[in-house]
Design a protein around this ligand. Structure first.
Ligand code: SF4
Ligand code: SF4
Length: 203
């Protein structure tokens, strides 16, 4: 399983006859035990990859919600990797910004920050959709290729393919909240990816 050992936000698919908003409320209830209401839609992102030998390609929607009742409780059938209830409470504290990082955690963050360099893409997907259907966030994150599962190179390869449609209009850079030089960074990452592929071919 690609994300085994990692935390994930509640999520899922829309059931027949359900609206997206209803499925959000249902999934959060099923996966955390909390009753929530929608505050607002945050946005969408594009996800492609391979799971159980099946390729997938979809645009998940993300919502900000607030708790209206209930208490977080372990949902054994939904969450396989949680060992203790305290672990869920830690996650809630992190989301609420009341979690104190240990010095070891701070060092790990600094290490990742150094590896990613400055500036870096936050994968927020505000630059999407591109009028030419370029899959910008995947290309912008191509340098993380060794940090994720085996689906990552395939997803990056498909995203790099879409950059052939780029007409250099710069619309994405106007929408990026971090003012990233997207066109320049994508060109660097494509070069990086091509070199990475050439290296893999030699192994
Ligand atoms: S510059 Fe390229 S990637 Fe950015 S919006 Fe225009 S076509 Fe899309
Ligand atoms: S390029 Fe900018 S807008 Fe697009 S995903 Fe990265 S940080 Fe977000």
């Amino acid at each position: 399983m690609v994300f085994k050992g990692y935390w994930a936000l509640p999520g899922g698919r829309v059931d027949p006859g359900e609206t997206v908003e209803q499925s959000v409320v249902r999934e959060v209830k099923e996966e955390t035990g909390l009753d929530v209401e929608i505050v607002r839609k945050i946005g969408e992102y594009h996800e492609i990859g391979v799971q159980d030998e099946m390729e997938y390609d979809y645009y998940p929607s993300c919502f900000l919600v607030k708790t209206i009742s209930g208490r977080i409780k372990r949902q054994q059938e939904e969450i396989e990797e949680i060992e203790k209830i305290e672990e869920i409470e830690e996650i809630v504290a992190i989301v609420n910004d009341s979690w104190q990082l240990s010095s070891e955690e701070q060092q790990r963050i600094e290490k990742v920050r150094t590896e990613m360099g400055t500036p870096f893409c936050h994968w927020c997907a505000y630059c999407q959709p591109c009028p030419q259907k370029v899959d910008i966030p995947w290309v912008m994150n191509a340098r993380n290729i060794d940090s994720y599962g085996e689906y990552f190179p395939l997803a990056v390869a498909r995203a790099v393919e879409t950059t052939k449609n780029c007409v250099q209009c710069g619309e994405c850079e106007k929408k990026c909240p971090y003012h990233l030089p997207i066109r320049e960074m994508m060109a660097d990452n494509i070069k990086f990816f091509e070199e990475w592929k050439a290296q893999q071919a030699k192994i």
